[in-house]
Each structure stands twice: as structure tokens, then as C-alpha cells.
Design a protein around this ligand. Structure first.
Ligand code: SF4
Ligand code: SF4
Length: 438
């Protein structure tokens, strides 16, 4: 086992609510009657406790981006640990998987763990202003999750063998210590077990809690007794949704009124059938992802793509905002054909809602942008003739539709109906604005 001071990452669990209910989730999502959402003051104390620690402080869940105060949390950790806004994910992204592999690194002082859902889209700008460490996995893939809720006593593993396994647990040795609303823990799974089974809580989140050595973990090691993280136990594809459990743990889940247990989403393994030679525990690193080909997201995941484009011009922008209350991207142009071409081109890119894109001279911006959203809400104060004036220079991104794309369009335009069907875009008839929806 390792002291938290020797780890690369220490996690802060800000919620255990999630949009998924993966098999064998390390936070046991789907087993809680009611999820928690960490208070800001608790988060602040957690971040501050790590002022003298130089590793990466992770924000994790559940799905952290659905925390109602996510933006406030991200601002705080950026100001505290990074000190400036980053400039990530601003150019249009065509291949998200490549972008993930190329752009992010563990070598940052703040990190985000997310399953790339609509919360990520909502907070896209602030996430990419803040976290150069992003561990992203949409869990629609075939990655494997190892059973965690099988107890070694039920499986007949004797003290000697078990202590060796426990003390070399790959999760504690390669993953993280964690802070939950109930304190600090030597292991992130121990923190999640404490939350699930109403445990006594962790250590006080003092300025030096993370300096503890393995000899100081004694008061928390009881969680290892009911955790199979270190054992040779079954694994399951994460999107299967079911958990592997032993009978006594299943009883404990029923006691805490686990929704997954009630919905028969637990596979109960009888101890007499356990054959440890059939299984091999993970070793750490990336092997749980490699089992599914390391595919962290696919083109089928459309959560981060533009949802809709509304078209209006500078003269009508204010009344259009008041009347139509746009929710996503606005294209500012009096030329419908040009606007349509821009929408058709950029709809298949992931673009940062915090940026103003100027595509062949036509401004495209999102009502979610931190630079402009308050002015959108009070639209009377918006200077519609000077939208670019609201954005910092580094968030104004010029893009051009390439010639080859124009050539394809001109061929397809010979049969306009086909173009509309193929590209899935329609203009609705509105007096002050037009909508291009997907
Ligand atoms: S996405 Fe992550 S936190 Fe959510 S259920 Fe799956 S493994 Fe758990
Ligand atoms: S056995 Fe479980 S609780 Fe113990 S260190 Fe490993 S993952 Fe953490």
C-alpha cells in the first residue's frame, strides 16, 4: 500500500449521482437510495487541504458535471491549483477519441473524470479552461469492471493469503486516496463503501491528512474485508449494468435498500462455486480499458455535438432572443444559404460553446458562453452589432469551409431534396430567425 503523499492523484468525490449504472462501479452507483452532492464549503476545505501536495487533485463522481454547483467548484480548483485559464479544445474536433488521446495528461494539478454526458456539454467551456488532465470514458464501450462486492471470508480466502493480496491491492497501489463528504480515505473504494454502507466516516480533512503512512490506515482497513478489489474475481463489461456479489454482501445491500439489489441487478456468486483459478485480478494501469480496445468514446456518442443552430441577423438578434429563447448555437447572417452551408459544415464537429467561431466571415456563437450569457439573459443590454467585443481574443476562432467540402456540396445541391435528407438539416419558417435542427 502507498501513502497518499506518494500518489499521482487524490480524488474528491463531489457526487455519487450518475447518468449511468455501470456494472461493478467503484462508486456503487445504482445502489444508493439517494445520491449525495458535496457542499461547496466541504469541497473548498478538501482542495485547501492539498495546498502543499503537488500531485493532481481530481474531481470525480458519479458524474461530477451534473453537480448543480459544478461551475463554482471548477472555478475554485482552477484559481487555487492552476492559476490561469487554459486554452484547450477550442479548434473544432472531428475525432474525439484522437483528441482525448492527444490532448490530456495526468501531469496537471487538477483533473476531471467524466462520462462525456450532457453535463460535460453544458460545462464544456469551463472544463476546457480548467482541466488539462481529463480522464474520459463514456462507458458505452466494452471496458471491463472487476467485481468489488465479494468478501474474502465468504470466498474462503485465509488470513495469510488475504493480507498479502490486500497489501498489494492494485487499486490502492495505482489509483487514489479520496475525500468524500464524510472525510478522507486511504483508498477511493473504501470511501465509496463507507458512503454505501453508512460507515463511520473518514479522517478529518486537515492540512496534513494525506501524509499518513500505511501503518496509519488501520482504522479503515475493515473496508477491505468486504471488498474484492484485490482478489481474483469475475469481471464484467461495464455497460452490462449488473454487479457481481457474494450472498452476505447481497444481504447488506438489501439492508441499505439498494435499488440495484431490489431490481435484481445483482449476480449472486455462491461461495462453493468460487474457483479462483478462473479469474485474474487487474494489475492497474490501463488494463480495464484495454480489455475493450481502449475506446473511450465513439462517434455514436452525440452528447458533445451541436444540438441546434438558429439563424438570425444583427438587426433582429435582440427581438429574436426575446421571442425564441434560443438554447444552443446562433448563426448571425442575413444570407440564409450561407448560414445553411455553415451549419451543415460544422454540425459534425464538436465545437466549444465558449468560443465565437467565425466561419467564412459568419459569426457562430452559443448562448451558454460565459462571455455572453449574462447579456443574452438581459438581451436589452446586448450590443448586437459587436458580438465579438464580448469575447476575449483567444476565444474568437476563425475557420474556413475547405474547398473540397464546397465541391461536394455543389454536386449534392443538384438534388436539393437529397441534400436535406442526407444531411438531416431543415430550416423552419420563422419571421425573425430560422432554426437548423439535427
Ligand atoms: S460512469 Fe463511472 S461513476 Fe457512473 S456508473 Fe459508470 S463507472 Fe460508475
Ligand atoms: S481491497 Fe478494496 S478497499 Fe481495500 S485497498 Fe483494495 S480497493 Fe481499497
Amino acid at each position: 500500500m502507498r501513502s497518499p503523499k506518494d500518489m499521482e492523484i487524490i480524488q474528491i468525490d463531489i457526487t455519487n449521482a450518475c447518468v449511468h449504472k455501470c456494472s461493478n462501479c467503484t462508486r456503487f452507483c445504482g445502489h444508493h437510495k439517494k445520491p449525495f452532492f458535496m457542499e461547496f464549503e466541504t469541497f473548498k476545505k478538501a482542495v485547501d487541504s492539498l495546498d502543499d501536495w503537488s500531485g493532481c487533485v481530481g474531481i470525480i463522481g458519479g458524474e461530477p458535471t451534473i453537480h448543480p454547483e459544478f461551475e463554482k467548484f471548477a472555478n475554485y480548483i482552477r484559481e487555487k491549483r492552476i492559476g490561469k485559464k487554459l486554452e484547450l479544445s477550442r479548434m473544432p474536433i472531428h475525432d474525439m477519441l484522437k483528441h482525448i488521446n492527444d490532448s490530456f495528461s495526468l501531469k496537471s494539478k487538477a483533473g476531471l473524470w467524466s462520462s462525456l454526458n450532457l453535463g460535460y456539454y453544458k460545462h464544456f467551456e469551463i472544463i476546457n479552461d480548467t482541466f488539462s488532465c481529463q480522464l474520459l470514458n463514456d462507458h458505452n464501450n466494452a471496458c471491463q469492471h472487476q467485481a468489488l462486492l465479494m468478501s474474502r471470508k465468504e470466498l474462503g480466502i485465509n488470513d495469510e493469503e488475504w493480507i498479502k493480496k490486500r497489501d498489494t491491492c492494485w487499486i490502492q497501489n495505482t489509483w487514489s486516496a479520496a475525500i468524500t463528504p464524510k472525510g478522507a480515505f486511504f483508498c477511493e473504494v473504501a470511501g465509496a463503501l463507507d458512503m454505501l454502507f453508512n460507515g463511520p466516516g473518514g479522517w478529518d480533512v486537515t492540512k496534513d491528512w494525506w501524509k499518513r503512512e500505511p501503518k496509519d490506515f488501520v482504522d479503515q482497513l475493515h473496508w477491505c474485508e468486504i471488498c474484492s478489489g484485490c482478489l481474483d474475481v469475475p469481471k464484467r463489461i461495464s455497460n452490462d449494468g449488473r454487479d457481481d456479489v457474494t450472498p452476505l454482501i447481497f444481504e447488506k445491500l438489501k439492508e441499505v435498500e439498494s435499488p440495484k439489489a431490489q431490481k435484481e441487478l445483482c449476480v449472486i456468486h455462491q461461495p462453493e462455486d468460487y474457483d479462483k483459478t478462473k479469474y485474474k485480478t487487474f494489475t492497474g494501469g490501463n488494463d480495464y480499458m484495454e480489455a475493450g480496445g481502449n475506446v473511450r468514446t465513439t462517434s455514436e456518442n452525440r452528447n458533445l455535438y451541436p444540438k441546434s443552430f438558429d439563424v438570425t441577423n444583427k438587426e433582429n438578434l435582440i427581438s429574436f432572443i426575446k421571442d425564441s429563447k434560443p438554447k444552443d448555437w446562433i448563426i448571425l447572417s442575413s444570407d440564409k444559404n450561407k448560414a445553411q452551408k455553415v451549419a451543415k459544415y460544422i454540425k459534425d464537429f464538436i465545437i466549444n460553446p465558449g468560443c465565437l467561431y467565425v466561419c467564412d466571415g459568419i459569426p457562430v456563437f452559443n448562448v451558454l458562453a460565459l462571455s455572453i450569457r449574462d447579456f443574452i439573459n438581459k438581451s436589452d443590454n446586448l450590443d448586437s452589432k459587436n458580438i465579438s467585443g464580448y469575447y476575449p481574443k483567444d476565444k474568437i476562432i476563425k475557420i474556413s469551409i475547405p474547398k473540397w467540402y464546397n465541391n461536394i456540396l455543389s454536386i449534392k445541391n443538384k438534388n436539393k431534396r437529397k441534400v436535406i435528407t442526407v444531411l438531416g438539416i431543415k430550416f423552419s419558417k420563422k419571421t425573425k430567425g430560422s432554426e437548423v435542427s439535427k
